[in-house]
Design a protein around this ligand. Structure first.
Ligand code: ATP
Length: 730
């Protein structure tokens, strides 16, 4: 048995994991996998590169496969416990989009266009009976009684008698005013008098009068309900009623055997015997903040499901920049069980009616804080609303949320609103940087380092100072700001040279900065500094090719904006450079987390200007959104520039992480810390075991001596007391 199997993972999935040479689950996987398999909502907070993707993908793949397997083998229709309960909603006699809770006493339909109904497992043949139905969510519902040959759309034929939330009663398609409207939290008591052949209703205990007469006494009558995007809970008498039944009426649960009829309808819809899932209604939706990350997660799923056959799991990548028609046709045929996507394209497909959330039982927000900060909160709410909280086979919707920087107010607020008794797996209790990431800062001070005065060749800058009088000798803030830009170009080259970097990811603040750095590196030496760019202005195909070129070491450097800050997993990447610190502190954690993954060591160097730097900031007022913009006024006068105070951002990051980041000199040499042992960036840490052991024994020696002394004192004390006692007894 592999270590993963011990955590409940199927052997067929474990086999695929073994091929990846993962011998043990990481901490987050060891805690997360059993929780998701157990049906819980989970918030996973763990460092970058700690294996969160597998922590949610593995259990989801497993449950999705098991569900498909149950459906294929016909178990899905038999498995619910509800048939064994005497008075519950029947899982066999219901519409395809109608979900029944495992206790059989709550139903839900998230279908917005059609009505979906159901009936109780039992009915009555004589007597005066009542049950209560409570509206537990917004939406449309009609509740009442029907015989077994009535349509599940209650009240649309002569065999069903319903009372609807709009204040109408209906039978045989005739909708007449009755009582008053009802909605969320209202309790409707449904009464059937088979002696008089009458049906009537109470709303919150108030008698609304007889609704129907002439009920045929020759056929058993069953509690029934029909819903449109709504939810109702039932009490057939298992619990005390909220409102007393009128005189002589009894709870259904107390009906004698000879008064009860069994609901024989069903074995599913359309006589199929099982609830078959629609092609375009996946069981899992995984949302990622970028196309690259969505593709990466989708590829991981492909690897993990490799040996799962009969039935096979169909996963689909839904991202922008790819032909939408292809995605629509895939959704129609062969369909998708797990969808990994980015918000924009997911929304398009859902709104267009191509993608249905009616069977979704896993809702995953990877990099959740990033999604929320990007403004997708309403989108997440909308999707959550459309997902059934209980699926057609009676399973509860599970929500999984993860990030290396989950300690954000927005996340807590969302969890409170959408998640059900969520479990936090919080390995550090705060946002943290993995021990494998050696992160340092280099101050870029144009006042002490005057090398920018007379650079023979230099990086093209972003043009914010085009209108300013910037020149050596004029030490105004604008000149120093321009000097910082020039120096950062030089320091980047120096960092590469000093550390012989042949693979690094380089983060710039803007797309323009990325383009300028790419040109500069190529201009110096396009072989030694071979590089590509990844940012929002590059075409989807180019982004994809560039990332692949970098991953496969065809180029040495990937220059990117924060679009690549989160989640990208480039195996054994040894170095990263922050040309400018991000203003969003969580992005610092994500950016530097591109190195030091999966226990390999990584070096992250951040260049930090000691003086304010004027930079572009194109707000919503900028018509061109930055393209060829030349408005170098400051934002407070509706301009597109601002002063960037990196020292302040550095202080914010340090405060957030509760650390002081090591500072190195402008020569960018990184001193070796004797306790680090031998570090080769990009490789697993090789500790100098001999030295580490000697240090450890030296440290422990005085403590061990003290403990030995204390123990012998305690023993002497005990013996003295014991002997004194013995002497007294003698
Ligand atoms: N159990 C394991 N054993 C060995 N390697 C693993 C294991 N789990 C994951 N990995 C590897 O660790 C790397 C990081 O995993 P993953 O991308 O899931 O990290 P993450 O926690 O999602 O990071 P981030 O917060 O940056 O998104 C990947 O290369 C993955 O293949």
């Amino acid at each position: 048995m592999t270590a993963f199997e011990e955590f409940g993972v199927l052997s067929t999935i474990a086999k695929a994991i073994e091929e990846l040479e993962w011998t043990l689950p990481t901490d987050i996987q060891a805690e997360g996998i059993p929780l998701v398999l157990g049906g819980g909502d989970v918030l996973m907070a763990a460092e970058t590169g700690s294996g969160k993707t597998a922590a949610f993908c593995l259990p989801i793949i497993q449950i999705v496969w098991e569900t498909l397997n149950d459906i294929q083998s016909g178990k899905a229709s038999k498995s619910s416990t509800s048939t064994s309960l005497p008075w519950t909603i029947s899982i066999d006699d219901r519409g395809s989009a109608l979900a029944v809770a495992p206790d059989g006493l709550r139903v839900q339909s998230r279908e917005q266009k059609e009505w979906h109904g159901c009936r109780c497992t039992r009915g009555v043949t004589s007597g005066k009976w009542g049950f209560e139905a409570t509206v537990t969510d917004e939406g449309l519902c009609r509740v009442g009684w029907s015989t077994l040959n009535a349509s599940l759309d209650l009240g649309t034929d002569k065999f069903g008698w319903g009372y609807g939330g709009t204040g109408k009663k209906s039978n045989n398609r005739q909708f007449d005013n009755y009582g008053e409207a009802f909605g969320k939290n209202d309790v409707i008591t449904c009464l059937l008098d088979l002696e008089k052949g009458e049906v009537k209703f109470l709303k919150n205990g108030v008698d609304l009068g007889v609704a129907f007469t002439g009920i045929n006494k020759n056929q058993p009558v069953f509690p029934a309900v029909v819903l449109k995007n709504a939810e109702m809970a039932f009490n057939f008498g298992d619990h005390p009623f909220k409102f007393n039944l009128p005189d002589k009426f009894l709870p259904l649960i107390s009906a004698r055997k000879d008064q009860v009829a069994i609901n024989t309808n069903g074995r599913g819809n359309n006589g199929e015997g099982i609830v078959k899932l629609a092609n375009n209604a996946p069981q899992a939706i995984i949302i990622e903040p970028s196309r690259e990350l969505a593709e990466q997660t989708s590829n991981q799923i492909k690897l993990f499901k490799k040996y799962l056959e009969n039935p096979i799991i169909k996963e689909l990548l839904v991202i922008g920049g790819v032909n939408v028609k292809e995605q629509i046709s895939q959704l129609q045929n062969p369909g998708a069980d797990i969808i990994v996507g980015t918000p924009g394209r997911l929304e398009d497909l859902i709104q267009g009616g191509y993608l249905s959330l009616a069977n979704c039982r896993f809702f995953v927000l990877d990099e959740a804080d990033g999604l929320l900060k990007q403004g997708y909160s309403d989108f997440i709410d909308r999707l959550h609303k459309q997902m059934p909280k209980i699926t057609a086979d009676g399973k509860r919707l599970q929500m999984i949320v993860c990030s290396a920087t989950l300690h954000a107010f927005e996340v807590k607020k969302m969890a409170e609103k959408l998640m059900h008794f969520p479990t936090w797996i919080d390995l550090k209790g705060e946002d943290a940087v993995p021990e494998t990431v050696h992160h340092v800062v280099v101050k870029v001070d144009p006042q002490t380092d005057r090398s920018w005065d007379n650079l023979r060749r230099h990086i093209m800058t972003d043009g914010v100072h085009k209108q300013d009088d910037v020149r050596p000798g004029n030490n105004c803030p604008e000149t120093l700001s321009e000097a910082v830009k020039l120096l950062k170009g030089e320091y980047t080259i120096r960092a590469i040279d000093v550390h012989n970097m042949d693979r690094a990811i380089i983060f710039c603040r803007t797309k323009l900065d990325c383009d300028n750095l790419e040109k500069y590196l190529k201009q110096i030496d396009k072989n030694n500094y071979s590089c590509v760019c990844l940012h929002g202005d590059r075409k989807p195909n180019e982004r994809k090719t560039n990332l692949e070129m970098f991953k496969s070491s065809k180029v040495k450097f990937l220059i990117c904006t924060d679009v690549a800050a989160r989640g990208l997993d480039i195996s054994g990447l040894p170095f990263m450079i922050n040309v400018t610190l991000p203003d969003e502190k969580s992005n610092y954690v994500h950016r530097i987390g591109r190195v030091g993954r999966a226990e390999r060591m990584g070096l992250a160097i951040s260049l930090v200007s000691t003086v304010p730097e004027k930079v572009w900031y194109h707000g919503e007022w900028c018509k061109s959104r930055g393209r060829n913009c030349s408005n170098t006024n400051l934002t407070d006068t509706k301009g597109c520039c601002m002063w960037y105070n990196e020292l302040q951002y550095l202080a914010d990051i340090e405060e957030h992480l509760n650390v002081t980041i090591q500072q190195i000199e402008p020569d960018i040499k990184v001193p070796h810390d004797q306790f680090d042992g031998k570090v080769v960036y990009g490789q697993k840490r090789q500790r100098d075991e001999g030295l580490a052991y000697k240090n450890h024994t030296d440290q422990m020696m005085p403590i061990v001596t003290d403990l030995t002394k204390l123990e012998s004192e305690a023993q002497i004390l005990y013996l003295k007391r014991h002997l004194t006692k013995m002497a007294r007894v003698a």
